[in-house]
Design a binder for this molecule. Structure first.
Ligand SMILES: [Zn+2]
Length: 209
């Protein structure tokens, strides 16, 4: 999954954990959706930024050898939950749950997709025969390394849209989002409050007195 797949599937996975009014309150669903894509918002710019600056890719970049590094680890997820609990923040809790769905969708989606359609990057293993995807997920406890995805430029990511399981995932994700009542209500409310009222409310007059 790349973007809409994460948003749509993540929402479907997380929704049963919350009541309808919990998701609507203070636009909590927005924070949940942010969490659904947060690992990629951190790790993809990190890799592609470093690659662009240094002109290197994959293993040449050392530890940052892929677009799935720190934001895709259980340590990061754990810290988010700790932070949410410490701050007693419902918004952070939503972000943490969204992030958990991201990791789940990445790993399960890849496992199913690659089993059926094959992988552009064959699974790599460490010296103990453990998949580097798992080593990366449990970083740094199983080793200080991540798998090597030698993307040479960001446009290679867009080539992924041509892979059947990615394309289907993105379309399904978009449909899940579109059909979700809480998302529609929240977006409608946001437009009404932020755009409509701002554009059409009469200018405030100074109170005379
Ligand atoms: Zn990801």
């Amino acid at each position: 999954m790349i973007f809409f797949g994460h948003l749509g599937f993540g929402l479907q996975i997380a929704k049963p954990l919350f009541r309808h009014d919990e998701l609507k309150k203070k636009r909590a669903v927005g924070f949940l959706l942010l969490g659904c894509v947060l690992p990629d918002l951190i790790d993809k710019p990190l890799y592609h930024g470093l690659s662009w600056i240094t002109g290197k890719s994959g293993a040449e970049l050392g530890l940052i050898s892929t677009t799935r590094t720190f934001g895709h680890t259980l340590v990061f997820l754990f810290l988010l939950f700790v932070l949410a609990r410490w701050r007693k923040s419902p918004a952070l809790l939503m972000i943490a749950v969204g992030t958990a769905t991201h990791l789940f969708v990445d790993h399960v989606g890849d496992t199913i997709g690659h089993a059926i359609f094959g992988s552009p990057f064959p699974t790599q293993y460490d010296e103990h025969g453990i998949s580097l995807n798992i080593v990366g997920l449990f970083w740094p406890f199983l080793g200080n390394r991540f798998p090597v995805f030698p993307f040479e430029h960001i446009m290679q990511h867009f080539d992924f849209f041509r892979r059947p399981h990615i394309a289907v995932g993105e379309v399904l994700g978009l449909i899940f989002l579109w059909k979700d009542r809480v998302v529609r209500q929240t977006v409608r409310q946001w437009i009404k409050e932020r755009l409509w009222k701002r554009a059409y409310s009469p200018p405030r007059s100074k109170s005379s007195g």
